[in-house]
Design a protein around this ligand. Structure first.
Ligand SMILES: Cc1cc2nc3c(=O)[nH]c(=O)nc-3n(C[C@H](O)[C@H](O)[C@H](O)COP(=O)(O)OP(=O)(O)OC[C@H]3O[C@@H](n4cnc5c(N)ncnc54)[C@H](O)[C@@H]3O)c2cc1C
Ligand SMILES: NC(=O)c1ccc[n+]([C@@H]2O[C@H](COP(=O)([O-])OP(=O)(O)OC[C@H]3O[C@@H](n4cnc5c(N)ncnc54)[C@H](O)[C@@H]3O)[C@@H](O)[C@H]2O)c1
Length: 483
């Protein structure tokens, strides 16, 4: 086979949001950069995760909020138009084409090679062209760095019958153009909670099977409790402490699916979604050619450089390093890693890797923000009380019922929510904040700024929230803290 060899300063593997951002930063640092993508430029986030899921959820959440506004309730009594929701979703994902992203890559001066990339020894990447396309394998060499940004795919449990049953994963759950009459969701994490909300809102009869004690267990406990309460009121059945032992679709493609539980009970549904976590795209990446084990998460230092690779030329950012499986956090890592690659290429002798330095992904440990788009919304940053205690911090936890805030009362009838701040008593600032309630997503950045800025709690007393906004919960939390 012919092999064309091309040399670049930086080779990026995977053009999801993280690969795109990393390439953008290395270009901005004056380094020639090529990105390798085997599917669509934009990655999972743009086509089968964040963007389509939020497109499906937006009308569901807007309707739920409108139904709480006196005088408006009757106007939004009816069902959603699934056809219009799907059409809007399809537009947001560019009908699963990446023309817009290509225009951006070109404007940023980033080259694209389509195909499956694999490491082929130090600083070399071999690219196999996509199936069905002509062309030879290309070998790209990287003068300074190779960055792995290959993301994840859904992890399916090893259950009898699962492959033949063709379950939904997050891909089908975000791209389906039909509403299943009955949907079983397996899992209690973020995908399960959001997709149960979306499909229930679109008209499916949803049953959620959670093997643990509740939903969203990595966040403060009241978050999962409030979300489960609203889901149940909306008609979703949530069964906790329930494990699945088998799945089958006995009638073939068009027939229903049967889910068998540990206790022998069988549930019939039209589709079953496994929202049981993620697995990294590292098993067919040539990691063995550089002395690393294929199939696992890539462990990185604070600059996103993969540990234990001689020469320090290999980086990994985004989902694939397992630090925080979130688009915005992966893009943050990409900005930091891009700056570190640029500085090292220029021969800068010492990088700024101290806490909050320009080349340190400090926020990955101290302040990861996340919004779960359920009803109510969940918005959290930093440590939960349990995590802070486990770290041996001396903390004080302050809670407030968001329904007592005048802005929340005006926001919607029967506003239900709760806020918590975790104060580090030794350091005198916030290390964690959680808001649960309708419309709290946009409140989160205020908390992120307070946590990252390590704003002294006494100074927050001077940050006055406007009346009558939901943000007045800040004032109530501080009053409760001061006593
Ligand atoms: C249903 C769902 C909803 C989500 N919603 C949100 C949300 O609202 N907010 C949020 O912050 N996060 C959300 N996430 C998480 C978010 O999707 C990920 O954190 C994000 O996509 C990670 O970006 P990435 O660039 O690391 O990887 P990806 O987006 O997975 O991109 C990786 C790219 O690499 C390519 N690739 C892989 N291997 C190779 C190879 N060998 N050669 C060439 N190319 C390769 C893939 O084709 C892909 O395009 C959601 C996830 C799911 C599943
Ligand atoms: N709005 C957002 O920010 C957003 C939305 C969706 C996804 N995401 C990110 O995507 C990632 C993946 O989400 P996810 O929900 O797939 O994973 P997750 O790790 O959050 O949840 C997985 C769930 O599946 C359960 N589970 C695992 N194996 C199981 C098995 N064999 N049987 C039954 N249950 C099992 C776990 O106990 C857990 O409840 C998360 O890290 C999340 O942060 C973010």
């Amino acid at each position: 086979m012919n092999q064309a060899t091309d040399e670049y300063d930086v080779v990026v593997l995977g053009a999801g949001p993280v690969g795109e951002n990393l390439a953008d930063r290395t270009r901005a640092a004056g380094l020639s950069t090529v990105i390798v993508e085997r599917e669509l430029v934009g990655g999972e986030c743009s086509y089968w995760a964040c963007v389509p899921s939020k497109s499906l959820l937006r009308p569901v959440l807007a309707r739920a909020e409108a139904r709480r506004v006196p005088g408006l309730r009757q106007a939004v009594d009816g069902p959603l138009s699934a056809a219009e929701v799907f059409a809007h979703r399809d537009k947001q994902v560019g009908n699963w084409t990446d023309g817009g992203a290509l225009t951006w890559l070109e404007s940023a001066g980033i080259d694209l090679v389509r195909g499956h990339g694999r490491l082929a020894g130090p600083q070399r990447v071999a690219v196999t062209p996509p199936d069905g396309s002509d062309g030879d394998e290309r070998v790209l060499t990287a003068r300074h760095a190779v960055a792995v940004c290959t993301g994840t795919r859904a992890a399916l449990p090893d259950l009898p019958g699962i492959a033949e049953a063709r379950p939904w994963t997050s891909r089908e759950a975000t791209s389906s153009a039909t509403v299943p009459e009955r949907l079983v969701v397996v899992g209690g994490g973020v995908v399960a909670a959001e997709m149960a909300t979306a499909w229930n809102g679109l008209g499916s009869r949803v049953t959620v099977l959670v093997r643990g004690s509740g939903l969203l267990t990595r966040i403060e406990p009241f978050a999962g409790e409030l979300v489960a309460e609203t889901l149940r009121e909306a008609g979703v059945e949530i069964r906790t402490g329930t494990s699945v032992k088998g799945v089958a679709r006995p009638g073939g493609a068009a027939g229903p699916v049967t889910v068998t539980l540990e206790n022998g009970e069988r549930l019939e549904a039209d589709e079953v979604l496994f929202a049981t976590g993620r697995t990294p795209h590292t098993e067919d990446l040539g990691l063995e050619t550089v002395g690393l084990e294929p199939g696992g998460w890539l462990t990185v230092d604070e600059t996103c450089r993969v540990r234990d690779v001689p020469g320090g030329w290999l980086y990994a950012a985004g989902d694939v390093n397992h630090r925080a499986l979130l688009t915005h956090q992966g893009k943050y890592q990409a900005r930091i890693a891009g700056a570190a690659i640029g500085a090292r290429a220029q021969g800068v002798p010492l990088l700024e890797t101290d806490r909050w330095g320009a080349h340190a992904t400090t926020a990955d440990e101290a302040a990861v923000p996340q919004v779960v788009f359920t009803d109510p919304e969940v918005a959290a940053v930093g440590l939960t009380a349990e995590q802070a205690e486990a770290e041996g911090r001396s903390i004080r936890v302050v809670d407030y019922d968001m329904g007592q805030v005048e802005g929340a009362v005006l926001y919607g009838d029967g506003y239900r929510g709760r806020a918590r701040m975790v104060v580090d008593l030794d350091r005198g600032h916030l290390i964690g904040v959680t808001f649960v309630g309708p419309g709290v997503a946009e409140l989160l950045h205020s908390a992120t700024v307070a946590v990252v800025g390590e704003v002294p709690i006494e100074r927050l007393w001077h940050a006055v929230p406007s009346f009558p906004t939901v943000s007045e919960v800040w004032l109530r939390l501080l009053e409760a803290y001061r006593g």
